[in-house]
Design a protein around this ligand. Sequence first.
Ligand code: ADP
Length: 249
Amino acid sequence: MSPDTPLIDCHGLDVRYGGTRALHGIDFHIDRGEIVTIVGPNGSGKSTFLRALIGAVPLSGGEIRHAPGLRIGYVPQRLQIDPTLPITVARFLCLPDAVPRARIASALDTAGVPDLSHRQMAALSGGQFQRVLLARALLSDPDLLILDEATQGLDQPGSAAFYRQIEGLRDDLGCAVLMVSHELHVVMSASDRVICLNGHVCCEGTPETVSAAPAYQALFGTGTQGALALYRHEHHGHSHDDIDRPAAE
Ligand code: ADP
């Protein structure tokens, strides 16, 4: 795969659910090593867009090109596991296919939860659970990590810690990251590029460009810019003491 080839390149993407047009005319690309965040109100097509990119929903128009041999790791919004089901983290990571123990250990380590292998899935905190899902996505040694509101159910410090982890992964592994988040103040400054979606691309660019764009402000107001500055301050202070806070549920 040439380093200049976009990992994903798509043009004129249209998705319909029966009579509902969820996405129309989306042009998008993501390059190696980029962190791109999709923001948009509820129902604006964010999940549909990610699912279209991984081939989980059919297109009604447009085309998507994946770089040859592209490996994608997908972290879903949530995963329901029967709390009465006795299953350890290591067993969970071996579903559906067995994975060597050393790879499991390495993925958990990279996801920031090195000691969870023998823990029961049902006993994990929200933050630990999401990191196990992240470890599962890392098992495929992805060129691109796709995360769909991966911090739902976490409190804000927990989410901030999770996204710092993601940024670190990009730096360490060189994988690109495409994520959806409603936590604009947390994710925006970690992103190279932000795309504001509302059925179509309303605006896109650096976090600063997008948070100042009239289309973005019409959807989200102007409050995010202050939060962006606050997060940036905390972020550059590298406060990591909240990494394993349990979920606020
Ligand atoms: P978001 O992730 O931004 O909240 P979605 O992609 O979930 O938005 O939804 C976009 C639009 O498509 C919404 O109007 C939603 O109701 C509709 N939609 C999503 N999934 C389905 C589905 N499986 N069947 C029918 N309509 C759907």
